[in-house]
Design a protein around this ligand. Structure first.
Ligand code: SF4
Length: 190
């Protein structure tokens, strides 16, 4: 059994990458970027411990019901949970779903780690958005990128460069239920 420690999931979003996507937020990040959108996802505490089999079932269901084209891994820091995410990413590619990963690491730093799980996750990633969020370098041009230092790296040819500017404006999503209000996308100005 392979598990993930997740902060949140969104079964279908159009604010975390190209097209409709299943998004999952990992719990835990040591980077502490000023202006981080998700400071509650920084502590290394147990949130929702889930079997990757259940995650794949939820993604399959969303593909059937919502017609998602891919998944997005967000943080927290996804690369710290690469072992579990590899299992999900490989399954996504086998099922014709794209994989986008947001990471605070630079691409080269990930390669230099020489961690087999990180290497395998990169091998199953179509788009990598790399680098820490810098609040003084806010990016107003790209759809789902926080700051201008962060690069959109196309690791496969599934998407064409420029897709990150297709919409030309930020998107925020808000889901209100009896129990909670959930917001994702780019909800704040810092
Ligand atoms: S890398 Fe991402 S999750 Fe981690 S502190 Fe920076 S903005 Fe927040």
């Amino acid at each position: 059994m392979t598990c993930l420690n997740l902060a949140s999931v969104r079964e279908c979003t159009e604010a975390e990458g190209p097209g409709k996507r299943f998004a999952l937020w990992c719990q835990g990040c040591s980077r502490k970027c000023k202006g981080c959108c998700n400071p509650h996802m920084q502590p290394f505490v147990e949130r929702h411990i889930v079997d990757t089999t259940d995650v794949k079932d939820a993604i399959r269901k969303s593909k059937e019901e919502n017609g998602i084209e891919g998944v997005s891994f967000i943080g927290g820091e996804p690369m710290l949970q690469a072992e579990g995410l590899v299992d999900v990413a490989q399954w996504c590619h086998e099922n014709d779903l794209s994989v986008l990963v947001f990471t605070g690491f630079l691409h080269q730093a990930l390669i230099d780690l020489r961690n087999p799980f990180v290497d395998e996750l990169l091998a199953n990633t179509d788009i990598l958005v790399d680098g820490p969020f810098m609040k003084d370098l806010l990016d107003h041009d790209r759809d789902w990128v926080g700051s201008t230092n962060q690069r959109v790296i196309f690791l496969t040819d599934r998407y064409s460069p420029g897709i990150e500017k297709q919409r030309g404006k930020r998107r925020v999503e808000c889901i209100v239920t009896d129990e909670s209000i959930r917001i994702n996308g780019w909800p704040i100005r810092v």
